[in-house]
Ligand binder design. Structure first.
Ligand SMILES: C[S@@+](CC[C@H](N)C(=O)[O-])C[C@H]1O[C@@H](n2cnc3c(N)ncnc32)[C@H](O)[C@@H]1O
Ligand SMILES: [Zn+2]
Ligand SMILES: [Zn+2]
Length: 279
């Protein structure tokens, strides 16, 4: 456990002990592997969906307010909802827990709603609609994150940084194989699974993720605003020059009586038909 972001915020970054809790155990027999610590965010990172769902059962307490990011079809959702309603311990009977799941896929949200009509799911991309996302997470005790896909570690790190700047949930649980690999490669982990140099690692990871997503965005933008003729001339395999206006902007000769004499049929970048370099 180490201080992060100054003295008043700390991140306890742990790896879930792999395979420690078989799925068949009754919820009432599960023990929270990773304790919550007063005034700190406990962050549990796992590589497997099974463990993620077990953590949903074991780490969440009755009365918790839970937000799940990447709720998909709702397979973790109902476990979380059950845990906040019927979980053991925690702040006890008076506080009523809540569950909200978000996903950026319309199809997934529809499927989840159909499967679990009593639970709340919202269509939301947490990186595109930051303010709506933060408003939704405000006051949450537990945040579960599994957004899958490539570049997921980078996205998860950015989401986590965004959250921790604004709020201090008690618990964050993340499923991300890439992130576990990154922790394995770049940190020291003690016997109980706690990452020793979590703060330094997190600072570096946020830095790298921010740089990478920035340069990625910039590259894309630059390509868009460059004048078409600033791109080198290029011939299609049939020997006809590729129309740079068509590829990188608009070709006004396409509507000429004889059409544009340059090649419009292939992509400037990959020479495949069916799309343009900017598509
Ligand atoms: C691997 S699935 C999650 C599975 C879920 N944890 C379970 O146990 O069934 C990942 C989901 O994250 C969603 N997702 C990806 N990027 C997202 C983003 N930026 N905001 C919200 N959801 C996102 C995808 O649509 C997908 O449904
Ligand atoms: Zn043209
Ligand atoms: Zn192409």
């Amino acid at each position: 456990v180490v201080a992060l972001d100054g003295a008043d915020r700390a991140l306890c970054c742990c790896k879930a002990a792999p395979g420690s809790k078989p799925k068949s155990l009754r919820r009432s027999r599960l023990v929270a592997l990773h304790p919550r610590r007063q005034g700190q965010v406990t962050c549990v990172v796992t590589h497997a969906t099974d463990s993620f769902r077990t953590l949903a059962n074991a780490q969440v307490q009755r009365g918790d307010r839970v937000v799940e990011i990447g709720a998909s079809t709702g397979e973790t959702a109902w476990r979380l909802a059950r845990a906040v309603a019927a979980g053991e311990g925690g702040s006890g009977g008076s506080k009523s827990g809540s569950y909200v799941g978000v996903d950026c896929s319309e199809e997934m949200v529809a499927t989840a709603k159909k499967a679990h009509p009593d639970l709340e799911f919202q269509l939301l991309d947490c990186l595109m609609e930051k303010y709506r996302f933060l408003a939704l997470c405000e006051g949450a005790d537990c945040i579960f994150i599994d957004i899958g896909g490539s570049r997921s570690a980078e996205t998860v790190v950015l989401v986590l940084a965004l959250l921790l700047k604004r709020m201090q949930p008690k618990l964050v649980v993340i499923k991300c194989e890439e992130l576990v690999a990154d922790l394995d490669a770049n940190t020291t982990v003690d016997d109980s699974g706690e990452v020793q140099d979590a703060a330094a690692w997190f600072t570096a990871a946020v830095d790298a993720a921010a740089k990478s997503s920035e340069s990625w965005g910039r590259k894309k933008d630059q390509r868009k605003i460059r004048h078409p003729l600033r791109h080198q001339r290029k011939l299609a395999p049939n020997g006809v020059e590729i129309c740079r206006y068509y590829q990188f902007g608009e070709c006004h000769r396409a509507s000429d009586p004889g059409g544009c004499p340059y090649e419009h049929g292939l992509c400037y970048e990959c020479l495949e038909p069916g799309h343009r370099a900017l598509d």
